[in-house]
Design a protein around this ligand. Structure first.
Ligand code: SF4
Ligand code: SF4
Length: 583
């Protein structure tokens, strides 16, 4: 058949393959010796005995034959010799779709069992991407991908609905703990932890966000969630659409950079962890100026550091653990969940095989969104059902929302009567909340022992005795104090020292405080400097608040006393922990 009889979609797929080929893919395309050692690795094979079309090597050959026909010299000249074969019609692409989306979850179990290093899952993802590029993909996957493109999250959750959910979760947490500071911070700058989640948590399982918030609060963590760029899931990873994959991880990374966060902590999501932590920096072409870690590691650290306390007898039920393929097999992340589990439950029962050899939950690779393959998926899930049953446990924990859904579905289908949970739920359930609620250190300690060490404060006043009084009080609390006796000197020292806080008198000879205030506000170099006006002339207040710049963070009338001064200074500096002033 002539090349021009190929459908436009087939032509695009063949051209696209040429652009995607790299050393790793070509290696997997040429290395297979058809030894069959990978065959029994696949849960589809085990659940469909006698059907060779489920074998990883057979599935790979459906992609390989096209490669050989167009990009391998032997296949171009002697196609019959190397089993090269062309395709021509959209119907043939549809058949390929049923293989790469319907008969494989990209779990990589066959990949790690191939002595030749063939990574079929990577080939499969490439084939998915080629089909997706011509619009041939499962409908559910297309819908979710569209939502991620258009709304920034895979469930199309509106920003106001997302924020509203976090708001009521905050209200509940505050009510439960009885502390007005026990809330979920949003877009807080320079937080130690920026927490990203799976949209499923907002829509179907907000309990996991509430549990995480309680843990962060009790650990005294300086944390935040982002108002945008918070979805850690990645349907480009599932569909093979590299543009979507890149866009999603960039949205997350750029938000953390904008917030100047120190660490991006990912809630429990297997593919999200692999996409954001393992593959994402390459997709995005970025060197990340922050760390990325799973919330499992975060919780484990809090326990080891004594920042949270647990009573594992509260999880007095037999619990097994399902390794997410993306966490365990592809990222080598399998000891930390076990270490954490052993700290928070009384009866942990290992599942066999486990870790890198664990079987897929059957819902990997986006399978839960492909309803047309549900019966195939549930049939293949028999392998996992048998594994679960053999543990004799009443509950199974996992570190992946996708696995939660797939396990729940197969447990119902095979009538196993087990419950599914995540580690955050188990940790939260075991938390010991002491009488005296643990709150962030910088907020909770009594005023007299609150140190001002590390803060640089510029005190501006033309009255030497007041200047000395304010400076002495602040120095006694450990602050580094710089003094200015007029507006000119204040601007000079502010530019040079970039203080955390400026206490500013209004009525001064020369450049008065109102003028100095406006100059400070307009200087981008001083955008993080707070200002507390201290004046003996309340009538001048209008001069400050009428100015076309953001108002000062604090205001005090003279005469001032030590206690009042420290209360105000502390308040202003506490607020500065929550976020720097925006110009
Ligand atoms: S993919 Fe690897 S293990 Fe499987 S048949 Fe080919 S060479 Fe053998
Ligand atoms: S990646 Fe997993 S599901 Fe796909 S063929 Fe290999 S073992 Fe089977």
């Amino acid at each position: 058949m002539l090349a021009n009889t190929r459908s436009p979609k087939v032509r695009k797929v063949i051209e696209g393959m040429g652009k995607k080929l790299n050393r790793q893919l070509v290696g997997s395309l040429v290395a297979c010796v058809h030894c069959g050692m990978c065959t029994e690795s696949c849960h589809y094979v085990l659940a469909n005995p006698g059907d060779p079309t489920f074998a990883p090597a057979y599935k790979a050959d459906q992609i390989r034959k096209l490669f050989k026909r167009h990009y391998d010299w032997a296949g171009r000249i002697f196609p019959w010799w190397v089993k090269a074969q062309d395709i021509y019609s959209d119907e043939e692409l549809e058949k390929l779709k049923d293989i790469v989306f319907g008969k494989c979850t990209n779990c990589r179990r066959c990949s790690i069992n191939c002595p030749m290093g063939v990574d079929f899952a990577t080939l499969n993802r490439m084939a998915r991407g080629l089909l997706t590029s011509v619009g041939i993909m499962p409908e559910g996957l297309a819908v979710v991908s569209k939502d991620q493109w258009s709304s920034g999250n895979q469930m199309g959750i509106l920003k106001e609905d997302y924020l509203e959910t976090l708001e009521w979760l905050s209200d509940e947490l505050e009510h439960e703990i009885g502390d007005s500071r026990a809330r979920i911070p949003i877009d807080q700058k320079e937080a130690e932890v920026v927490y990203a989640i799976n949209p499923r948590e907002i829509k179907y399982d907000p309990r996991t966000i509430a549990d995480a918030a309680r843990i962060f609060y009790l650990a005294g963590e300086n944390w935040t969630m982002a108002s945008e760029g918070w979805d850690l899931t990645n349907f480009g990873f599932f569909s093979g659409d590299d543009d979507l994959a890149r866009t999603m991880v960039r949205r997350l990374y750029e938000k953390v950079i904008e917030l100047r966060g120190k660490k991006l902590v990912l809630s429990e999501c297997g593919h999200g962890y692999r996409a954001v932590r393992c593959e994402g920096p390459n997709w995005a072409g970025m060197d990340l100026p922050f760390e990325v870690e799973s919330s499992v590691s975060t919780m484990l650290r809090y326990l080891k550091e004594g920042r949270i306390k647990v009573d594992r007898s509260r999880n007095d039920i037999s619990i097994s653990f399902h390794d997410s393929c993306n966490n365990a097999r592809s990222c080598g992340y399998f000891e930390e969940p076990r270490e954490l589990l052993n700290l928070v439950v009384t009866d942990f029962r290992e599942m066999y095989p486990n870790r890198a050899e664990n079987y897929c939950c059957s819902g990997g690779g986006g399978a839960m969104s492909m309803s047309e393959y549900t019966s195939l998926r549930l049939k293949a899930a028999k392998v996992k059902a048998d594994q679960l049953k053999a543990t004799g446990a009443k509950m199974v924990a996992t570190t992946c929302h996708n696995c939660v859904d797939a396990l729940t579905d197969l447990i119902r289908h095979y009538k196993l009567g087990m419950k599914v949970t995540q580690l955050v739920n188990l940790v939260a359930n075991a938390l010991v909340v002491e009488e005296k609620v643990v709150v962030p250190v910088e907020i909770a300690l009594p005023l007299e022992v609150l140190p001002l060490q590390g803060y640089k404060i510029l005190v501006v006043d033309d009255e030497p005795d007041i200047l000395t009084f304010i400076a002495t009080v602040l120095e006694d609390q450990g602050a580094r104090v710089i003094k200015a006796i007029d507006g000119e000197q204040a601007l000079e020292l502010a530019a040079k020292e970039k203080p955390d806080l400026i206490t500013l008198d209004l009525s001064m000879p020369g450049k008065n405080g109102a003028f100095v205030f406006e100059e400070i506000r307009k200087d981008p170099e001083l955008s993080t400097s707070r200002v507390c006006i201290i004046t003996g002339k309340p009538e001048l207040r209008r001069l400050i608040y009428d100015r076309p710049v953001p108002p000062p963070e604090g205001y005090m009338d003279k005469p001032i006393n030590e206690e009042g001064l420290l209360v105000n200074v502390r308040k202003i500096l506490e607020v500065s922990h929550e976020g720097k002033r925006e110009n």
